[in-house]
Design a protein around this ligand. Structure first.
Ligand code: BEZ
Ligand code: FE
Length: 287
């Protein structure tokens, strides 16, 4: 019989969790135990601090529901989400880089035509985002679905707007045979992550800026290619170099160019000024 002491408890607990039936689960859980213990030893965790952490985790779980993902938010602000993204998407430098999914993606967005307006009359500066989806050899990818979502000009996503009863600032666009796509929307603004929960509580105790730079989210999951979850950020936007979730990448920063009334990228006409962002997504073949 070997009873636990301060010196041997890490070894005992790691060995116990290494008995998980699935080898990967055994590897992950025993490593987790070792790192948790090393952390507690390093900071000499007090019982009060341990209890405060447990209560913080409890509150984080309690505010989660089908619309609020406080654990994802916690992972995002700790830089863990972005670390996992970077390790799992070591793409060719010519491919469009991935960034965080974030807590606001809603599956099942409605399909819109080339140039269809996903802002549907919401206030904001009209913006066209257009370009081509290609593979690494420059070949256009026709029929690819771009799942697009963004915040409104108050920085709120659909799931944060109680009265939203239909798709709001989100839609799916399918590329034409020549790989081209065109999204019509309103210009996004920088926004604060939700600060009224346990994550905000922690951020309020630091000098961390709680803001994200203006961006639009894209998810392209085309058979034969690595799924791409990414954003396009507005060039010159505030917070590009202090993104609270570490999600900004230089390759994803795009000029939003002002245009006078006249022809629009979808082949139509605008009677008022608008913005245009042009971006070609480059997909990496699977494997
Ligand atoms: C977002 O861009 O939607 C987002 C990402 C991470 C945390 C909060 C929001
Ligand atoms: Fe966002």
């Amino acid at each position: 019989m070997q009873l636990a002491t301060e010196d041997n408890i890490t070894e005992l607990a790691a060995a116990r969790w290494a008995t998980a039936h699935d080898p990967r689960t055994a590897e992950v859980l025993s490593a987790l135990v070792k790192h948790l213990h090393a952390f507690a030893r390093e900071v000499r965790l007090t019982e009060a601090e341990w209890m405060a952490a447990v209560q913080w985790l409890t509150r984080t779980g309690q505010v989660c529901d089908d619309k609020r993902e406080e654990f994802i938010l916690a992972s995002d602000v700790l830089g863990l989400s972005m670390l996992v993204v970077q390790m799992n998407h070591r793409l060719d430098p010519a491919a469009t880089p991935a960034t965080v999914l974030g807590p606001f993606h809603i599956p099942g967005s409605p399909g819109l035509e080339f140039g269809g307006d996903m802002s549907d009359g919401l206030p904001g500066t009209p913006l066209f985002v257009h370009g081509t989806v290609r593979d690494l050899d420059g070949k256009p990818v026709g029929g690819a679905v771009l799942d697009v979502w963004q915040a409104d000009t108050d920085g709120l996503y659909e799931s944060q707007v109680a009265e939203a009863d239909e798709a709001r600032l989100r839609a799916k666009y399918t590329t034409r045979e020549d790989g081209t796509y065109c999204v019509r929307t309103i210009a996004p603004l920088g926004y604060s992550i939700p600060m009224d929960g346990p994550v905000g509580e922690l951020i309020d105790r630091t000098d961390i800026s709680q803001f994200r730079p203006a961006h639009i989210h894209f998810l392209i999951d085309e058979p034969g290619y690595e799924p791409l979850i990414t954003h396009l950020f507005q060039e010159g936007a505030d917070y590009l170099d202090s993104d609270v979730v570490f999600g900004t990448k230089q390759e994803l920063v795009v000029a939003f160019t002002e245009r006078e009334p006249g022809p629009t990228p979808d082949g139509g006409e605008s009677a008022s000024p608008f913005l245009v962002a042009e971006y070609d997504f480059v997909l990496q073949p699977k494997g």
